[in-house]
Design a protein around this ligand. Sequence first.
Ligand SMILES: C[S@@+](CC[C@H](N)C(=O)[O-])C[C@H]1O[C@@H](n2cnc3c(N)ncnc32)[C@H](O)[C@@H]1O
Length: 249
Amino acid sequence: MSTSQALRDPRVVRVLTRLDRRNLESFGEALSLDTWSSDPFAFQEQPLSVTAEIGDLIYLTARAARATRAVDFATSVGMSLIYLAAAVRDNGGGLVIGSELVPAKVEEARRNVEEAGLTDYVEIREGDARETLADVGGPIDYAIVDGFQGTDNGWIGESGSSLALDVLRLLTPQLRSGAVLVNDNAEPDYVAHVRDPGNGFRSSWLPLLSQPPEATRRKLAESLRRRPADSPLATLLPEVPGLELSVRD
Ligand SMILES: C[S@@+](CC[C@H](N)C(=O)[O-])C[C@H]1O[C@@H](n2cnc3c(N)ncnc32)[C@H](O)[C@@H]1O
């Protein structure tokens, strides 16, 4: 288990420490499923949340950006949301708008946010983020783009692009200049978009050595080895763990 180095509020740290334990196992469980599913409801029991290292980076960069209006796509059980809400509170107050499709995860996220003492800084919108995030009510200072949707075409959905890119396009007119974006799934079309100078972002991949425990890593590696080379799953993991960090020009 890894724990936050940046957060100091004991209520927040207690919740994140509890969630972290369950989360690290969930990656192994998800990849051990015999049949791969593109349905987010198939992963209702798996948080698939950010690690403490990514969470700390979110907290610290959201503090540096003085974020007071932030977006968390997607929320799952609330881990990335809690890091972001702690930063918004410590910046003097504001709002984090979360979005999650699976109602059971929304309920759990609300409970976790309450236990962390951050309810006053959070609004979680239940439903498809491609609709719920169309208007977040003002300029966005910070956005996490971590919605999970593997399909038979890797990341590419019915729209012809990844869910991450669809949501980025929806958020772009709402981003303030200097807004920070983080994405840890490295969907290729999303990464290409934020790196294309014509699209108005500065962006780079930051490798982070955050890793699940050795036993989980071995399980993941075995599960990937058993799959055919052209399995969509092979494209669902970035080669180097880390995140794409982008700033709006
Ligand atoms: C990788 S998890 C997010 C983890 C979260 N950021 C955290 O740190 O706890 C991805 C989530 O995206 C949700 N999701 C998938 N498609 C969605 C959509 N169209 N709208 C909203 N949420 C969606 C899934 O249900 C899943 O909980």
